[in-house]
Ligand binder design. Structure first.
Ligand code: OAD
Length: 256
């Protein structure tokens, strides 16, 4: 947070609400990691992957039909993520969670960058690309062969290992769904950052918060289906708005 002078101003009424709010829910999407160089889900894919869409690769049917292709795609994604560093948005959220201990951070990202920035209790809604589980027996497993050409085998049943992420058509991990829904229902402030709010049930968390009269804020470079339902739409980069919010909360706590 060295560029404080360049950060955008928080609207006055919102500033007062943020300072007073106790229970926060922040839901992040791939827009938060975009400035770390991790392409968003709906961005055009590059290199040899241009002819495939993520929707065609991130499914159990795709893995069944061609496990090596899907595995290779995840190897490529892991390579990208490995080179990426947490950015100012990730760092601001790690600080915000320290300032507001009742903050629940829910991420749809599988890259682990929030944890690398220092957030300890992240609710991983769509799993984590660095973990594996068995496609056959579902047992969680950690493979050392994360970069091999072919999916490694399960030590228990010899099935194929797959990344432990949520694919299209699959259920959200039960515990993540339950704790995120409860936090949304109890939140004073609900902040959606860098997500297209298109994919349910993650997009439904804002609706739970809305029903419970939380202040809804969206940070996004573009309009989304959530934008018209928000109290505050902060248009622009997550790396500017999140540090601005954290700096404001920090100042207001110091002046209290
Ligand atoms: P998307 O790629 O759908 O949307 C990214 C959003 O971030 C868009 O609305 C962009 O306008 C916005 N954005 C991009 N760069 C930004 C920046 N620097 N600052 C602020 N906003 C920015 O990604 P998600 O919403 O995360 O699920 O996608 C949700 C889920 O859809 C993913 O987790 C994935 C996919 O299906 C599964 O794999 C289950």
């Amino acid at each position: 947070m060295s560029n404080l002078s360049k950060l955008p101003d928080i609207p006055n009424i919102l500033a007062a609400k943020l300072a007073a709010a106790n229970r926060w829910v922040v839901v992040t999407g791939s827009g938060v990691s975009a400035e770390s160089g991790v392409p968003t889900f709906r961005d055009a894919q590059t290199g040899i992957w241009t002819k495939h869409s993520p929707e065609d690769l991130a499914t159990s049917q795709a893995f069944e039909a061609n496990p090596a292709l899907v595995w290779k795609w995840y190897v490529w994604r892991r390579e990208l993520i490995k080179k990426a560093q947490p950015n100012a948005a990730h760092r601001a959220l790690a600080t915000l969670a320290q300032l507001k201990p009742n903050l629940s951070l829910v991420t749809q990202n599988v890259d682990g960058l929030h944890q690398r920035a220092g957030n300890e209790n992240v609710i991983e809604f769509h799993g984590n690309i660095w973990h594996e589980k068995c496609f056959s027996c579902d047992r969680h497993s950690t493979s050392l062969e994360k970069y091999s050409e072919q999916p490694p085998r399960c030590e228990i049943c010899n099935g194929l290992l797959r990344p432990n992420v949520v694919w299209f058509g699959e259920a959200i991990p039960e515990e993540a769904l339950a704790s995120a829904s409860l936090a949304a229902a109890q939140s004073d402030v609900f902040l959606s950052a860098g997500t297209s709010s298109l994919v349910y049930p993650a997009a439904g968390l804002a609706e739970i918060a809305l029903q419970n009269k939380a202040t809804i804020i969206e940070i996004n470079t573009n309009a989304t289906p959530l934008t018209t339902k928000t109290d505050y739409s902060l248009k622009g980069l997550a790396t500017l708005w999140l540090p601005a919010i954290t700096a404001h909360v920090k100042r207001s706590l110091e002046n209290h």
